[in-house]
Design a protein around this ligand. Structure first.
Ligand SMILES: [Zn+2]
Length: 289
């Protein structure tokens, strides 16, 4: 005779059944908030991003961990209503795919949360912004912009906001800095299995945002022959893809176009002039919050 039998005797069966009969049924689990109409601002507000160190480019980039799924689906997939097949859950995967593009853009950690929602646009920026949005609607060959001027005038914030805007419109954006590209190229010296970024940088890219252009070697022409040669080759590749109408380019620099240009040969200089419209950004364009 154990303890168990003693407990059983204390319970009256009818009372127990009454209790179970009158118990409220447990509510079904609440589905998680849908990601269907999530905006890029919402993405950052909900902290659905993290960061990782990019060895190649020696900088921290934004990454997107997999969203928690909405609980209406099986790990992001649903049964098709007529076919015997699973289809992507619209509540989950659409937004997640968009978010993945942010990761592929290799935006720096600084860019997290920097969108037009928290950016007071000034006339100089507004004009460039309009040109870019127009381009995004037509997608025909369009002269890119080189934003230059002193540091701290909001050029990078603008570039990040544009990147987010275009990513959310499903464009494939690639962000890099002049130095990070040279770092990437340098890696191929010792590792022959790595593809040169000169060849892979612009693959499946619609928009290139190149920041800190001319920032190599202090930005005033103090560059090594290797830096000069590699940069020339990169600019040449960028120009070719732009000239074929398959790329939009936005360059950001703290040095004026002609200072930067002087480092390179005549052919590169004329290509830069053909591809980019210089836009001077000064303190009056400094962002106001
Ligand atoms: Zn779902």
């Amino acid at each position: 005779m154990g303890k168990k039998e003693l407990i059983m005797k204390k319970l009256k069966l009818d009372e127990l059944l009454d209790f179970l009969r009158n118990m409220e049924p447990a509510p079904p689990p609440e589905p998680l908030q849908s990601h269907m109409d999530i905006s890029v601002d919402e993405l950052y507000k909900r902290n659905l991003t993290s960061q990782k160190w990019d060895d190649g480019e020696s900088r921290n980039i934004i990454t997107i961990p997999k969203f928690p799924n909405c609980k209406r689906c099986y790990e992001g997939y649903l049964h098709h209503h007529t076919q015997d097949a699973m289809v992507a859950c619209p509540h989950c995967l659409g937004a997640w795919r968009k978010a993945k593009r942010i990761e592929r853009a290799r935006l720096p950690v600084d860019a997290a949360g920097k969108t037009f929602a928290n950016y007071q646009i000034t006339p100089s920026f507004e004009e460039v912004g309009k040109t870019i949005i127009n381009w995004s609607e037509r997608e025909t060959k369009e002269k890119g912009a080189l934003l230059y001027g002193p540091p701290g005038t909001g050029k990078s914030h603008f570039a990040y906001a544009i990147a987010h805007e275009l990513l959310w419109r499903d464009f494939r954006v690639r962000y890099a800095t002049h130095t990070s590209l040279l770092d990437l190229e340098r890696l191929t010296w010792n590792d022959k299995s790595r593809q040169s970024p000169l060849r892979t940088l612009l693959k499946d890219v619609d928009v290139l945002i190149l920041d800190e252009v001319g920032g190599v070697g202090g930005g005033y022409g103090k560059v090594t022959d290797w830096q000069k040669r590699t940069t020339s080759e990169m600019l040449d590749n960028i120009y070719r893809q732009w000239a074929s109408g398959e790329l939009y380019v936005l360059f950001i620099s703290n040095v004026p176009l002609n200072t930067f240009q002087r480092t390179y040969n005549k052919a590169i200089q004329s290509r830069l002039q053909e591809m980019l419209k210089p836009v001077f950004i000064d303190q009056t364009d400094k962002r106001q919050r």
